[in-house]
Design a protein around this ligand. Structure first.
Ligand code: SF4
Length: 337
């Protein structure tokens, strides 16, 4: 089985954009891959953040993932800072990463522009990402057995840098030691926020939380932006230009999607009718998730135990990799290590 790694920042409760864009796919991948999933809290501190809320946001993200279907019996789920080997390998990889490559990263340029003083950690973010992924090269798989990384298309640039970092370390210290992670592009469409303009983001207030009540889901969906050309109930619309239709594609079965498209193009339904159908399908899918999250939240110690067990499994792999890294780089052994 190919091994998949992916991480998500501890932004608190998941929203339907995270769910449709990544997490639903993570759940599916568990069927046919060895999956390692991580709440990447070390990445979250590269931007200004509130330390008082970090632990809670990390817990909430883990609960959301578990409730959405990440199964600790089939996947390894843990918190990045609980496996210190990520940080050690990241430092080591900075020594083979060209500064110019980091400065060229689009995401770095965008984020740096918005900050008065740019921390070095923001620049080195892709190096930590590379460490996160290549540290899980298993000893038992053949060399160059690719670790698959589920990514959105905008992450391809980062992935190419990770592959470059792995190549550089391999060429300097041990040929073919690290596999070069391959992209595993998801088929899911990118869901915009309910405003139909910007990326779905909690800070923009244009999301529906994964754990919201049926009433709250409907209240948020009612005013959501639709095809801007559909001004009155009698105007036919174009579902391909409507973000509500994109959300239908995430929650409604194919026959309902076909009916929505037909009713939209012929003005057979008003947008409110269309949203009511969507709300029903969303609520049907999200209610069991909300109920599982409530059970998990009633037992926070149980959640921490699951995360500790996940970190133990991840650390065992990470340690083996670092052992090999230290050996090839010529470090003095610690005792009988
Ligand atoms: Fe969008 Fe549905 Fe309205 Fe068509 S009918 S514009 S798909 S909300």
């Amino acid at each position: 089985m190919a091994r998949v790694f992916s991480g998500i920042q501890p932004s608190g409760e998941l929203h339907i954009g995270n769910y449709l864009g990544a997490v639903k796919n993570w759940v599916r991948l568990q069927d046919a891959h060895e999956c390692i999933y991580c709440v990447v809290d070390l990445h979250a501190i590269t931007q200004p953040y509130d330390p008082a809320g970090l632990a809670q946001r990390t817990h909430d993200m883990a609960v959301g993932l578990l409730a959405a279907g990440i199964d600790p019996a089939r996947a390894t789920l843990f918190v990045q800072s609980h496996v210190a080997e990520h940080s050690e390998l990241s430092w080591i990889l900075t020594t083979v990463t060209p500064l110019g490559e980091l400065e060229r990263q689009t995401q770095y340029k965008d984020k740096a522009q918005r900050q008065e003083s740019v921390p070095a950690g923001l620049l080195a973010y892709p190096v930590l990402q590379a460490a996160d992924i290549i540290i899980y090269k298993a000893d038992a798989v053949p060399l160059y057995h690719a670790t698959l990384v589920p990514v959105g298309e905008d992450q391809v640039q980062h992935l190419e840098l990770m592959r470059e970092i792995a190549r550089r370390w391999n060429s300097r210290y041990a040929a073919e030691f690290f596999p070069e992670p391959q992209p595993l592009l998801t088929a899911t469409k990118r869901v915009l926020g309910l405003d139909g303009q910007a990326k779905m983001s909690k800070s923009l207030g244009n999301t529906i939380g994964l754990l919201e009540s049926p009433e709250a889901i409907w209240e948020k969906l009612k005013p959501a932006a639709t095809d801007p050309a559909r001004v009155t109930r009698k105007d036919p619309g174009n579902p391909e230009l409507c973000n509500v239709f994109t959300i239908h594609q995430g929650f409604s079965p194919p026959e309902v999607q076909a009916e929505v498209a037909q009713k939209c193009r012929t003005a057979g339904w008003g947008c409110l009718d269309c949203k009511r159908v969507l709300a029903d399908h969303m609520i049907a899918e999200l209610t069991p998730i909300r109920e599982r999250a409530a059970e998990l939240n009633a037992n926070p110690v149980g959640v921490r135990t699951l995360l500790r067990e996940g970190a133990d499994r991840a650390r065992a792999i990470a340690r083996r990799t670092l052992h090999g890294v230290r050996r090839h780089m010529g470090f003095l052994k610690a005792g009988e290590d």
